[in-house]
Design a protein around this ligand. Structure first.
Ligand SMILES: [Fe+2]
Length: 327
């Protein structure tokens, strides 16, 4: 394996070959896996410095039954997501493709990004690609038909931190679009939603993936994820204060019962309040290890009955009203 700049061995990540567009710059080496048991299981199939190898890659991509998984080095993930976003922009502009099909493809790309971060433990640098992915998702949602027909029908209910992150970003953006927020604010909401739980990466999997209810001590550890998240994003120096506030305050409650600061009402950013509702909504309607999966209508009723003082009343009422006739 290769040594990266941080002095550790470079990891390899599987990529979605469908987003590779040979017409555009492919600024990363592409590998194939030979055998998991060999010492050097990955061999370079495409060298970014050799444009004459594009035909070889094109041949592989065009072969109808592509059997081989393709990999890149983790260090190239940012270049890969830049390439994928560009390729996806072209795809989204194709009037012949249906909006739900476009959405599913962008949704898969977005999930791959958060999966690389949460499951494959890629460097936080990969989060620098989040704005591009959010712009792609936003351009799908701007076709409001997707929201009006019930966004929850299109997203994964398989509750994992990485899918939940994308779902919360989508619900936040849907709220912003339906409320008529300016486009840049919709993007900030989407990014805050998508990144709200990044701090969980610093918490032991034994706690974040524990199937049973958490002990008080474990919950105390979990509570730190809001500040961890803010600090991860601050270090990347590419996210606005509004986004950091969403991440830091998404567990603050209007009645002061939340964390980390126990803020109340107007002290909490309105975008963090939107994220908090999107967060609990997606949690309730997804399959979880404990607790039952709720239908959207029941989820709203449950929030109203059990958590009504936690959430901003006006935002909650708008959220229920705007999320489509089928919710
Ligand atoms: Fe959270």
């Amino acid at each position: 394996m290769l040594m990266n700049n941080e002095g550790s061995f470079e990891k390899f990540q599987r990529i979605d070959f469908e987003v590779l567009d040979i017409e555009q710059l492919i600024d990363f080496d592409v590998f194939v896996k030979t055998s998991a048991t060999e010492k050097e299981p990955y061999i370079k199939y495409y060298d970014k410095n050799r444009s004459d190898q594009k035909d070889k890659l094109l041949g592989l991509l065009n072969s109808q039954q592509i059997q081989t998984d393709l990999y890149i080095q983790s260090i190239d993930l940012k270049n890969y997501y830049e390439h994928a976003s560009q390729s996806m922009r072209e795809y989204l502009s194709n009037p012949k493709v249906e909006i739900t099909q476009k959405f599913q493809k962008v949704y898969a790309l977005a999930n791959n990004l958060t999966k690389s971060f949460f499951e494959d433990k890629a460097s936080p640098n990969i989060l620098r690609s989040s704005p591009q992915v959010i712009e792609l998702l936003k351009s799908c949602l701007e076709n409001e038909e997707l929201i009006d027909k019930g966004l929850q029908k299109l997203v994964s209910k398989d509750y994992r931190t990485y899918t939940h992150s994308i779902n919360v970003g989508l619900y936040c953006m849907a709220y912003g679009i339906k409320s008529g927020f300016p486009s840049d604010k919709v993007s900030e909401l989407g990014l805050g939603g998508m990144l709200h739980d990044v701090g969980q990466i610093k918490i032991d999997d034994n706690i974040t993936k524990k199937p049973d209810r958490l002990s008080e001590d474990e919950f105390g550890v979990i509570k730190k994820h809001t500040q961890y998240g803010k600090s991860i994003l601050e270090k990347l120096e590419c996210f606005d204060e509004t986004i950091l506030e969403i991440v830091e305050q998404h567990h603050e409650n209007c009645d002061g019962s939340g964390y980390p600061e126990g803020m109340k009402g107007d002290q909490i950013s309105s975008f963090a309040k939107i994220c908090a509702i999107a967060d609990i909504y997606d949690t309730l309607i997804s399959y979880r290890t404990y607790g039952k999966q709720e239908e959207p209508f029941d989820a709203f009723n449950l929030i109203k009955e059990e958590n009504k003082n936690q959430f901003d009343k006006d935002i909650f009422v708008n959220f229920v009203r705007l999320m489509g006739p089928d919710t």
